[in-house]
Design a protein around this ligand. Structure first.
Ligand SMILES: C[S@@+](CC[C@H](N)C(=O)[O-])C[C@H]1O[C@@H](n2cnc3c(N)ncnc32)[C@H](O)[C@@H]1O
Length: 307
């Protein structure tokens, strides 16, 4: 686990992150008091706190040192040694749990980034940011959003935008970026990239939409820069064999590619006779939550139960 990463100066408290589908997650995990659970994506700690409040013991991972620091300040004093915090990538969580000698009864993975991360200037994810076009969650990783734009061919860019962002204008945006690159005029900040993608949309005749036209482009670059899908799959594959019998894996994903990967992973495990699925179609948030929490709109929850 990488302990060398320093907390950034991001204002984590500026915008609260509402945990998504908390009651569905708790129902799926069916917490047994005193048993160990894993939160693979601590974030602002909403799900972890809910699990701890039901009597769970929790090992929580986050690769953002600021999330760990906040939980150490806010949750550790209340829950003491029922909460163990691990600063690092959850792709290694199987090994970390093995070293701790912990066989969890349930694992939650709530993928992506939290609201304060997305809104902060330093993450390079805010459409208004005039900082570097970075998007790395772990600053020790070499690839940045800008290096992806600089080094990928048109076809590679289009496939990134289409595969990881479900972007309908993937080829148009890729061509425009390659053309800008050839003139030495690639967007250099998130704000410039957001305006650039909006320009492509407007030239194609798109006018209004609920979402910013650059939403999908930003999501695709973020997923690729941080190797998010690899981490997710490696993390789940590493932790599954450690689950107690009847233990649950609960995954919240926010993007069709992620959901597809989880679906295939879980179905393969069922075919191999390793466990079962309590429901085959993903669960989604109820109307009341959709009204309160816009992030819940695209949430899909899948559950795997270990034999
Ligand atoms: C959507 S937020 C989780 C929100 C959380 N469930 C809550 O209630 O506040 C996702 C968190 O996972 C972290 N994260 C994303 N990918 C990760 C990875 N591969 N390893 C560790 N943490 C990761 C992010 O830093 C972020 O804090």
């Amino acid at each position: 686990m990488d302990e060398s990463v320093q907390p950034s100066d991001r204002p984590l408290d500026r915008m609260a992150h509402r945990p998504v589908m908390t009651s569905e997650v708790l129902e799926a995990l069916s917490i047994c008091q005193g048993s160990w659970y894993v939160d693979a994506t601590l974030g602002q700690g909403g799900h972890t706190e809910a699990m701890l409040s039901q009597g769970a013991q929790v090992v929580a991972f986050d690769m953002d040192p600021l999330a760990i620091m906040k939980a150490r300040e806010n949750l550790s004093p209340r829950f003491g040694d029922r909460l163990r915090l691990v600063s690092g990538n959850h792709r290694n969580m199987g090994q970390v749990l093995m070293d701790m000698g912990i066989h969890p009864r349930g694992v939650l993975l709530d993928s992506g980034w939290s609201m304060p991360q997305s809104e902060s200037d330093s993450s390079g994810l805010s459409f208004e940011s005039t900082g570097p076009l970075d998007m790395r969650m772990d600053p020790s990783v070499e690839k940045t959003a800008l290096s992806v734009l600089e080094e990928s061919s048109i076809e590679e860019l289009a496939s990134i935008l289409s595969n990881y962002g479900d972007e309908p204008l993937a080829m148009g945006i890729a061509r425009a970026l390659a053309e800008a690159r050839s003139r030495g005029r690639l967007p250099g900040t998130p704000k410039e990239l957001a305006a650039f993608v909006s320009g492509v949309y407007y030239r194609k005749g798109y006018r209004r939409s609920r979402r910013h036209p650059a939403t999908r482009t930003f999501m695709a670059l973020r997923i690729v820069v941080n190797g998010e899908i690899d981490s997710l799959i490696l993390g789940l594959a590493g932790v599954r064999p450690l689950l107690e019998s009847g233990g649950k894996l609960v995954v919240l994903s926010f993007h069709s590619r992620e959901d597809r990967e989880i679906k295939h992973l879980f179905r393969n495990w069922v075919r191999e006779g390793l466990g079962s699925l309590p429901f085959s179609k993903p669960r989604t948030a109820d109307k009341e939550e959709l009204r309160r929490n816009p992030r819940a709109r695209s949430a899909k929850m899948r559950v795997f139960i270990e034999n």
